[in-house]
Design a binder for this molecule. Structure first.
Ligand SMILES: Nc1ncnc2c1ncn2[C@@H]1O[C@H](COP(=O)(O)OP(=O)(O)OP(=O)(O)O)[C@@H](O)[C@H]1O
Ligand SMILES: [Mg+2]
Length: 522
């Protein structure tokens, strides 16, 4: 009930006015004995408390010397937007930075009530117009807006210790939910620049084994809600994921789905554009909480694999290609310009980064997990290793539902058998499931997929046969070479023996010499 409180408020103000008069007139007071003065003081206090038993807290929109917009005010605004705006008649539409759409907040001088653990509180949105209407460089700060929270003094403890904290936590969560997600990228000239992150991937549309998917979702949920848990076990609130698997199995799609699920920003870290370890530290320190830091194709990014020698050799082999391919040349030049090292990255993940902020996920992706230095991906750094593999039947069913709106079909059995017999990435499966023209219905798409699977199976069989022929040929050549070697060795000894024979006995030397020639021929 707002009215009685307002009436009380007015009456209380009158009593307060009397109290002020009393305090402001020290000349009267000096003629009274101190005991009487104390008594009058106490009575006036009691009277004020009796008629105005409310405590009022004011939260201003701008604070500090530089009049920055108060985060507390913004959190309260978000909280009230969610909990109270439906009950007020006058609303204000505001465009807030990083928010997806204008937000509707309580209009000036509106009031609403809220209840917390059975206790009622009163919120009012107020505006103070300065008397001096002089021109200002900061016109928006001229109108001093504030929220006024009133509650009975009996609940002072509960409101100040729990309710305000609850409003701020919930308000921040609401603001975070409504904000625009961002995708940050780094480049050599500027640390991070960002665009809106608008990837449509989600776990519903991600094709993979449902049990594995559930496990990942549980892991992410546990992480997101794990603030207290991480504090309890004394571990920084961070988690590393390694996604590995052949190209086109959904590693990048999985990252986008994770970001959408958690509503986190994404920092796509391009290591080849980072000059050295110092710059790397600076970049990572600048990341905000509630974010995913991604290093894609970590095995290709830099010399992080600990296989420098081999890489150098590969690079030499690539020299010829680079002459033809300017893109390859550019990558090589970028790598040559970057001095980020494996130890730099590891030190950072384990060291200083652990100390700054929380709620960050780091993800590495690779096509060649076996090439990575074990130090880089050991548990504790990369806590969870997720294999993204070729399309299984369960994953296909998700794709069929997404692309063709079908849950079941007569051709599913054939597809299931073919998927068991051959490897096809989800990317290739999706390509076949997409209708190429308006005339293609679901069945045509499934038949296209069957055709592609059969072709892939044939191709794989041919490749296998070719490989086994090559292996057999190699084996035969080895055998022949081995025999020749053996023969040579026997021949040499024959010669030696022959030489010896010339010294010692001619018949024996001839016999052995003949044997040697035979063994070679054989
Ligand atoms: N598991 C999947 N679920 C749904 N769609 C997928 C999946 N895997 C691949 N796709 C489709 O294939 C396309 C390519 O997949 P994506 O870029 O995620 O593969 P990747 O594993 O990151 O490949 P690379 O190793 O080459 O980076 C995606 O845009 C998506 O349409
Ligand atoms: Mg990728």
């Amino acid at each position: 009930m707002l009215v009685p409180r307002e009436m009380l408020s007015n009456f209380g103000s009158a009593i307060g006015g009397l109290a002020v008069i009393w305090v402001m007139l020290p000349r009267w007071q000096q003629y009274l004995p101190p005991q009487i003065r104390d008594l009058v003081d106490r009575c006036i206090n009691k009277l004020v408390n009796l008629f105005y038993p409310y405590v009022v807290i004011v939260f201003s929109e701008f604070e500090g010397e530089r009049l920055a917009r108060s985060e507390t005010y913004l959190a309260i605004q978000s909280y009230l937007k969610e909990h109270a705006t439906l009950r007020v008649r006058r609303l204000k539409a505001e465009t807030v930075k990083d928010s997806q759409s204008p937000i509707f907040t309580m209009g000036d001088n509106e009031e609403v009530t809220d209840t917390f653990k059975g206790v009622k509180v009163w919120w009012a949105s107020r505006k103070k117009i300065p008397r001096n209407m002089s021109l200002s460089l900061h016109p928006m700060t001229e109108d001093r807006r504030f929220y006024r929270l009133a509650f009975h003094w009996r609940h002072r403890q509960l409101i100040m210790q729990s309710y305000v904290k609850h409003v701020l936590t919930e308000g921040k969560a609401i603001a975070h939910k409504n904000r625009l997600q961002k995708l940050y990228t780094n480049n050599p000239s500027k640390n991070w620049s960002h665009v809106a992150f608008e990837h449509p991937a989600n776990f519903e549309t991600l094709a993979m084994d449902p049990n594995k998917k559930r496990e990942i979702l549980n892991d992410l949920t546990k992480f997101r809600e794990g603030k207290e848990y991480y504090a309890k076990i004394g571990k920084p609130w961070k988690r590393g994921y390694l996604l590995y698997g052949p190209p086109g199995t959904g590693k990048s799609t999985m990252i986008a789905a994770m970001a959408n699920f958690l509503n986190y920003d994404v920092y796509d870290l391009e290591l080849t554009a980072v000059k050295d370890n110092t710059k790397l530290k600076k970049l990572l320190i600048e990341t905000s909480s509630k974010s995913i830091i991604v290093i894609e194709d970590i095995d290709c990014s830099l010399d992080l694999t600990g296989q420098r020698k081999k890489k150098e050799k590969d690079d030499d082999d690539d020299d010829q290609d680079e002459n033809d391919d300017p893109a390859k040349k550019m990558v090589k030049e970028e790598k040559a310009g970057s001095k980020v090292t494996l130890s730099g990255l590891l030190n950072f993940i384990d060291g200083i980064w652990s100390a700054c902020g929380g709620e960050r996920i780091i993800i590495f992706t690779t096509n060649h997990v076996d090439k990575l230095d074990p130090a880089l991906i050991r548990r504790g750094r990369m806590d969870k290793h997720i294999e993204m593999s070729y399309c299984c039947f369960e994953a296909f069913k998700v794709l069929a539902r997404n692309y063709l709106d079908i849950q079941d079909h007569l051709l599913f059995e054939t597809i299931s058998r073919l998927l068991d017999e051959t490897n096809m990435t989800p990317a290739d499966v999706t390509e076949n499931l997409m209708p190429k023209s308006d005339n293609e219905d679901a069945e045509t798409c499934l038949r296209n997929l069957i055709e592609a699977l059969e072709a892939a199976k044939k191709e794989a069989r041919k490749k296998k046969e070719k490989e086994s022929r090559a292996q057999a040929k190699e084996g035969r050549e080895k055998k022949v070479n081995g025999e020749e070697e053996e023969g040579k060795e026997s021949g040499t000894s024959a010669k030696e023996v022959k030489e010896n024979g010339d010294v010692g006995g001619g018949v024996a030397a001839k016999e052995v010499g003949e044997n040697g020639v035979c063994s070679c021929r054989r």
